[in-house]
Design a protein around this ligand. Structure first.
Ligand code: ZN
Ligand code: ZN
Length: 177
């Protein structure tokens, strides 16, 4: 059994402040840790998230699904949905927030944090096993020097302009001129 209080402390240490968003991330992480997953040292666990709010920092701190390692994939859908792929077990689970729990009107910020942390994940999330089709592993790409600004740039992001290999900001700038 993972202690919620300890998880919250660890998440807040990473995130900076205490808020309902990070509490939601703690709740999600706790569920994942209690259902056959460990903190991801490499890319064993992949999180695909559909928002970029405070809750994601909870995941980064507690599950090791991080932006830098590439095992955190952000889809800008504006939903509190979280899908986890466990590469070792070849299993995937999705948590989708059913309703915005504990509305701002009825509860104070502190009450919302407290209530979230003490919630049963099944009560506020729809939880379902989904198909195991994880995103590809992070790859290392060689760099190419942008012929306009000189910045080494990941080859996948290089564009062609007037026969030159240029980076995205240079490409956008050159197109305007
Ligand atoms: Zn926050
Ligand atoms: Zn450039």
């Amino acid at each position: 059994m993972v202690q919620t209080k300890e998880l919250m402390e660890k998440a807040v240490k990473f995130h900076g402040h205490t808020c309902p968003g990070v509490a939601l991330g703690v709740l999600v992480s706790k569920y994942i840790l209690e259902h056959g997953n460990d903190f991801s040292i490499d890319e064993e666990l992949v999180a695909v998230v559909e928002n970029d709010n405070c809750s994601i920092d909870g995941l980064q701190a507690l599950l090791g699904t991080t932006f830098g390692k590439g095992n955190l994939v952000f889809k800008d859908y504006g939903k509190n949905n979280y899908t986890f792929y466990n590469r070792d077990r070849k299993k995937a689970v999705k948590l989708s927030l059913k309703i915005e729990p504990y509305s701002h009107n009825k509860f104070t910020r502190e009450e919302r944090i407290e209530k979230l942390l003490n919630s049963n994940p099944e009560d506020i999330f729809k939880i379902e096993n989904v198909e195991f089709n994880p995103p590809e592993r992070a790859q290392i790409h060689e760099s190419i020097i942008c012929e306009n600004c000189g910045d080494p740039t990941m080859s996948m992001r290089i564009k062609k302009f007037d026969g030159k290999q240029v980076c995205i900001p240079c490409y956008e700038e050159l197109q305007k001129s």
